[in-house]
Structure formats: C-alpha cells, structure tokens
Design a protein around this ligand. Structure first.
Ligand code: MGD
Ligand code: MGD
Ligand code: SF4
Ligand code: MO
Length: 711
C-alpha cells in the first residue's frame, strides 16, 4: 500500500465553492475536510462534501455507455454509442425537421466545467430551437431583470454581506442551501459577523426556516405575494423622500425616477398588508430601517423567483436597492470582477427575449431557451415542429419540472432519447442510450459561473484527485465526439471556417481556462493557479458602474417596458389567497443533506428520519382532524400524492410544504439507496400551467392544494 497523500480542490456540489482537503491512499478516499487555507471558505464545509466520496465509490454510478435492448440494458463501446446517437439524432431531424430534437440541460451543467464549456457547441450543431433547462424552473427572473436593467443576463447583483449593516433575505434559506446567486461559503459565520458589528438580519418567508432561527427578525408572508410588499416599500421610500441614488445619479435618467414614482403610486402599504398578511406597521418599520441603514441589502432568491410574479419581483427588488442607495456600493448589491470573465466589458446591449415563442402555448424564448413547463406539451402535441427525440444532460426533469407525470408520459412516446448522465434514474430510464461521463473527484474543475456570483473575488483551479479509468470519458470528450459526428459531411466550404471548427475538436477545458485567465484583469495563467492549490484571494467586491454596465448607453434602464406592462397583470390579479376555503398553498423546502433530485443514493446523506413529509400548521391540521404522522392525500389540479404529515408552527397557517427531488418509486431506475427512501415527488402536484406569464418561469411555490386524511 502506498502512503497517504493530501490533495486540495473545490466542492462542486452547490454554489458555495468550499475548499476541500482530501486525503487519499491509492484509489481510495480516506477523509474529506474543509481546507482551512482556502482564503474564501476558511475551512467551512457541509455534510454533502462527504457525498463526493460516495458518488466516487457508488456501485450504481454508470461508467460505460448502456443501451436499452429487448433483454434489458447492455453495455456498449463508446465508439458504437457515439455513432449510434449521432446517426439516430440525424435520422430524426432528416425525417421530421431540425426542431424535432429537443434538449434539456439540468442544474449540474453549471457545476461541471466540461459541460459548461463544451455543451454549447453540441447544442449549436443540433441547430434546434427546442432547448430547455433548469433555468426556467429557477432563476430566469433574475436574468430577465439583469438583462433589461443592466444590459446583460449574467449581470446579477450580489449581496455584499461581508460589509452590510442590514440584510433582508426574502425567499432564501442560505443556512440550508448554502447560498444561491450569492456564492458565500459559511453564510452562518458571515451572518453572525453582521450582527456582531451592530447590524441586523431579517428573513421574509412563509416558513420560519433554519436561517430565520438565527436572525434578528422573521416576517411571515403569504406565498406569492412578495411583489405587493416590494412595490409598497418603493412607494413608501418615495413618499418619505428617502430616495438617495449615490453615484448612480449619473447612470439613471431623472425622468425614469419620476416615472417609477408614478408607477408605484397606486400600491399602498394598506394594500400590501392585505395581500401579504404582514402588519402595516411592520412594513413601515422595515422600510424605514432599511432606507436609513448605513448600508443595506435587500436580497431575494428562489422563493420570489419561482412564483406567479417572479419577473416583476426581481425588477422591483433591484429598484428598491437602487433608490435606497444600495446598488453597486460596499454593503449593498455589488458586481464581482471574476478572474475568468464570461461577461467581458464590451457592452452589446442585446435583448435576447421573446424573439420567438413556443409552438403550442406561445410562451417566450429567453437566451435561446424555451420554458421547461412547455417541454411535455411540445412532445405530446402533434404537428409540424413536434419534438420526436430528446437529449438530456445533467438533468432530471421528471422530478424537477412541474407536472412530472406528464413529462414521464411524453418521454415514453419519443422515437429516440439519449441522456448524458451518471445514473439510471427517473428521467434517464426513458433513454435508448445513456452516456455517463467521469465526474466529481475524477475531473478538473473551475467555477466559471459561481465566481460571477460570489461575494468576494477569488480564483482556484482544481486538478482531478484521481485519474479517471482508461475506459471512461470526460464530459467534454462526449460533447466533442457527438459534435464532430453531427458536423461530419456538413462542414463549411470556407477553408478558414472549416479549420476553426476542426481546431475546436482539439480543445480541452484547461486550454480554455488558461485563455480566459490570460484575458482577465489579473494577469493570471492556469500555471499560476496550479501553484496555488488553496486558491488565490483577489479582494472584496468593488464599485463597477458605469463601466460594467452592458447597456449601449451605459446607463441603468430603470423602467423597462416589459415590467411596466406586466403591472397591468398584477393590477388584475385575483387575490393570491386560497381559491376556496379548503385550499392550502403549497411551497417547497430544501434540506442540508439533500441536493435537488440526485444525491439520495448516499447512505450517510439519507439516513435518519423520513424527510419527505408534508409540513402543516397545527390549526390547519386540527380543522382536518389530522394528527402528527398521519398519512394524508394531497391533491392539486394535476395530481395527487400520499404523504405523512409533520405538524409544526414553523409553517404559516394556510401553507403546506413538501421538499422537491423525491419520488424514487418509479419503476426501472437503478439507485439502490434512493429506491429504499423513495418519498413522493412534489412535482406530481405542481402545475405546468401555473407560471409567471411574463418570463415563462415555473411557479412551483404557492400552488393551491387540498389535503385530506387517507381513507
Ligand atoms: N417543486 C420544486 N421543483 C423544483 C425546485 C423547487 O424548489 N421546488 N427547484 C428547482 C431548481 S432551483 C432546480 S436547479 C431544478 C433542478 O432540476 P434538474 O437539473 O433537472 O435536476 P437535478 O436533480 O439537479 O438533476 C441532476 C441530474 O444530473 C445528473 N448528474 C449529476 N452529476 C453529473 C455529472 O457530473 N454529469 C452529468 N452528465 N450528469 C450529472 C444527476 O444524475 C441527475 O440526473 O429543480 C427545480 N425544481
Ligand atoms: N442542501 C441543499 N442546498 C442546495 C440545494 C438543495 O437542493 N439542497 N439546491 C441548490 C439550488 S439548485 C438552488 S437554486 C439553491 C436555492 O437556494 P435558496 O433560494 O436559498 O433555497 P430554498 O431553500 O429553496 O429557499 C427558498 C425559500 O423561499 C421560501 N418561500 C417559498 N415561497 C415563498 C414566497 O412566496 N415568498 C417568500 N418570501 N418566500 C418563499 C421557502 O420557504 C424557502 O425558505 O439552493 C442550492 N443549494
Ligand atoms: S456547502 Fe456546498 S460547496 Fe460547500 S461542502 Fe457543502 S455542498 Fe460542497
Ligand atoms: Mo437551482
């Protein structure tokens, strides 16, 4: 046996970018701890980090391409798999047209370097407009607001929590999620520091969350009503003359401020109180404290994104931070300066929204993608442009997208499906061929996306801990091999263009990262990063406007027309309360030991009591004569599930909660531990027609349901 060696790398599982210290011996992981010398995470990790060992060792993880045959799944060679996938995709397109192949890319796409960098070429080679991703079940409204207001969909304001005096968290639970659109390892410590320097932290959430338990004030809010609170707060800031733009005065048209004031005028605190269920005085005090704080940051995440007015909410949130002098200043919302800068400083001012719409429901395209709530109907509805074949990569839409049963039914009807995935799960079981890439500890890693969303500028390159086996393929190799085959016999006449494409087949993630670092503003190379395995600190976030703005006139577009128009929908909205007396509003929740749908095959992460339960307030339970632990039926417009009840005052009256990502009872999957802890899928209840009509984003929170005792 050889000696134990110590390696360092970032954890890629969530957005927090924790540095890990990993001890290995031969091909085995001996321990995984937090890397105390990582300048950003300073030793912090969560229990999921050990899941990396479990994924690495998981006997269920696929290592070789498999093909569905009449006698079950059979391993095939990579060459045969690549050839067959390319041939079948080409054949479907030849027969039914280029749009007949659909693509769905899931969340780990942005956590995997090879997929981030190499899947775009493959998708372009397919040439289809039927592209879907987890974005439209998640953060699409953030991007929409960023694109229209700051000129680029990736210019997302990041809360400078290390320097703020007042932090409002609306619809986020960072002590469990470890932060989102806010890469901040060890939020708990940073939150404590705010309070220790005399600052205040407030949560606004229909659930008294793990984060709420550690803050100064928690405010319960009726699901889906945050938009009313935000707009009334803006009105109050104007009414009290607390507007202070600071340096942004030169980046914003004076008339825009006047127009914003006029637009919000009908939306009073009285109205907000009636809609949200929050006492008027609490709204007044919150507005005053936030406006008067030395610095403050109003942060809103998933809970105000995957709702009926997600787009409006994120626009208003930005406006509130702007008019209170909390945008692009220390302690407010800021914009990172990443070492690998995927945005760049040359404004293009491009609006990539609603350039085309979906075939069936006419919902808008965003950034070249269509809303995932339309995926099933695009497969099930006959006609020109119908999807007949699917490619999924890093995604599990059967469990992640509203009305999962309909997606199940749709995938069943496809002529061909290929999944690039490490497991045979609820989605990939529908595939004809599964292509499993090397993953986790076997791959090089760099956080392109999350350094763009981080509360501090740092940089780190993570070399693989283990060499992948000789027969395994990296994800970038899979995409290149498929791209090559799709483009074969179809290369441009022009010699230079042809050469450029052929050269792209030789690229590796390392070459691209090195190139990106050299172009960045820090004079770095991949070699420098390799010499610093703990990462390099590049300092706190800095004021970036107007240079960083990507609008062509380098101003902030405070009141984009699309949001103004959507106010008409808000004005007409019915009361977002329960439609009938019996209805409750369903929301989700996350758990520290879970990660969306795919980490339930780790025994150490799923052990303990059942976490897939229905949280219900004691009063709602009493009304239905339901006792703790009872099995109940939860019914929505699209489906029903049977689940155990957990009675708790942590959930607001009139609201119930089920975590997403469970439902591993479906036949034909191969994840032994997950199957022993199946739970139910909340997305068998969420409704693919309940959406933010402005953005096309799914509304998975605030879904009306009925709950009754299981007969
Ligand atoms: N009701 C409800 N629904 C939700 C949410 C909610 O809060 N409530 N949250 C939404 C959000 S925020 C998101 S991001 C989506 C997530 O939605 P998805 O991205 O569709 O789902 P995941 O569970 O992340 O699935 C990840 C897939 O990637 C595979 N995978 C893991 N590692 C690798 C790898 O290295 N390479 C490849 N090729 N595959 C890999 C896994 O096996 C799994 O199949 O779900 C959304 N759905
Ligand atoms: N442990 C763990 N970490 C994760 C994940 C995971 O599955 N597990 N998933 C990762 C992913 S993909 C993402 S996108 C992030 C998400 O990161 P967060 O946004 O921090 O995660 P959530 O826990 O879903 O927080 C959403 C909060 O919104 C609340 N909420 C629901 N409806 C409403 C509403 O109408 N208004 C308000 N104000 N609040 C509402 C919920 O009660 C919940 O507390 O987490 C990431 N990190
Ligand atoms: S918080 Fe996220 S990045 Fe850090 S160890 Fe846990 S899963 Fe990994
Ligand atoms: Mo997400």
């Amino acid at each position: 046996m050889s000696t134990i060696t110590t390696k360092y790398r970032n954890c890629h599982l969530c957005e927090a970018m924790c540095g890990l210290e990993i001890k290995i011996q031969d091909q085995e992981v001996i321990s995984i701890r937090g890397d105390k010398e990582d300048p950003f995470s300073r030793g912090h990790i969560c229990p999921k980090a050990l899941g990396l060992k479990d994924i690495y060792e998981d006997p269920n993880r696929l290592k070789q391409p498999i093909k569905k045959t009449a006698d079950g799944w059979k391993e095939i060679s990579w060459e045969a798999a690549f050839d067959e996938v390319a041939e079948r995709l080409k054949a479907v397109q030849a027969k039914h047209g280029v749009e007949s192949v659909g693509v769905y890319q899931g969340n780990p796409s942005v956590h995997n370097l090879g997929t981030t960098l190499f899947s775009p070429n493959f998708v372009r080679a397919l040439g289809t407009k039927n592209r879907f991703s987890a974005t439209s079940v998640d953060q699409l409204p953030h991007h929409l607001a960023g694109m229209y207001m700051f000129g680029h969909p990736s210019l997302l304001p990041i809360p400078d929590i290390d320097h703020t005096d007042y932090w409002v968290i609306m619809g986020g639970n960072p002590l469990v999620s470890n932060g989102s659109i806010m890469t901040a390892p060890d939020v708990a410590k940073r939150m404590k520091a705010i309070r220790e320097r005399g600052g205040k932290v407030v949560t606004i959430d229909p659930r008294y969350t793990e984060t709420s338990a550690k803050v100064d004030q928690h405010i319960f809010i009726k699901p889906g009503t945050d938009v009313w609170l935000l707009i009334a707060m803006i009105r109050e800031v104007f009414a009290k003359n607390w507007v202070d733009l600071k340096h942004l005065e030169s980046c914003i048209e004076v008339e825009d401020i006047a127009q914003l004031k006029a637009l919000v005028d009908p939306y009073t605190i009285e109205m907000a109180s009636a809609k949200t269920g929050i006492n008027e005085d609490i709204i007044r005090t919150l507005t005053k404290e936030f406006s008067k704080a030395k610095s403050g940051v109003f942060y809103g995440r998933l809970g105000i994104s995957v709702v009926e007015f997600g787009g409006l909410s994120h626009w208003l949130l930005n406006c509130l931070n702007i008019i209170t002098g909390n945008m692009d200043v220390p302690g407010g919302m800021m914009f990172p300066t990443p070492a690998f800068d995927a945005i760049g400083n040359k404004p293009k001012g491009k609006i990539r929204f609603n350039r085309w719409t979906t075939r069936v429901r006419k919902l808008p395209e965003f950034g070249g993608e269509l809303p995932s709530v339309t995926l099933a109907e695009e497969i099930l509805t006959p006609g020109e442009g119908q999807i007949k074949a699917m490619v999924t990569s890093c995604g599990n839409p059967v469990l992640s997208v509203p009305n999962g049963n309909k997606i199940d039914e749709a995938f069943e009807q496809l002529e061909f499906m290929v999944s690039i995935d490490i497991y045979l799960n609820e989605t990939t079981r529908h595939a004809d061929i599964i292509l499993p890439p090397a993953t986790g500890l076997e791959v090089p890693h760099y956080d392109i996306a999350f350094n763009q969303l981080a509360i501090r500028n740092t940089t780190k390159f993570s070399a693989p801990i283990f060499e992948k086996s000789a027969t395994a393929k990296y994800d970038y190799e899979i995409f290149t091999e498929l791209t090559k085959r799709l483009q074969a016999n179809n290369l441009p006449e022009d010699k230079e263009q042809r050469q450029r494409i052929e050269q792209s087949y030789q690229l590796t993630p390392e070459i691209l990262i090195d190139g990106g670092l050299r172009k960045g503003g820090y004079d770095l190379t991949l070699e420098t990063l390799m010499e610093h395995p703990h990462g390099i600190d590049l300092g706190p976030l800095k004021t970036r406007f107007p240079e960083r703005l990507h609008t062509l006139d380098r101003t902030i577009h405070l009141i984009p027309e699309i949001f103004v128009k959507d106010l008409e929908r808000l004005a007409k909205a019915s009361n977002p309360t329960n439609n009938t007396i019996d209805q409750l509003l369903l929301i989700g929740r996350r758990h520290l030991r879970s990660n969306n749908s795919w980490m339930h095959n780790s025994q150490r992460l799923v052990k303990g009591r059942d976490r897939c339960t229905l949280l219900m307030h004691p009063k709602d339970a009493l009304e239905r004569t339901i006792a703790n632990g009872d099995q109940v039926k939860v019914k929505s417009k699209v489906g029903e599930v049977a689940i155990a009840v957990e009675i708790s005052e942590e959930i607001m009256e009139g609201v119930v909660s089920i975590p997403h990502g469970w439902g591993h009872h479906r036949k034909g999957i191969k994840m032994d531990i997950a199957q022993a802890h199946p739970g139910v899928s909340v997305n068998d209840l969420t409704d693919d027609t309940f959406i933010d009509e402005l953005s096309g984003n799914a509304a998975v929170n605030g879904v009306p349901v009925e709950v009754e005792m299981l007969a």
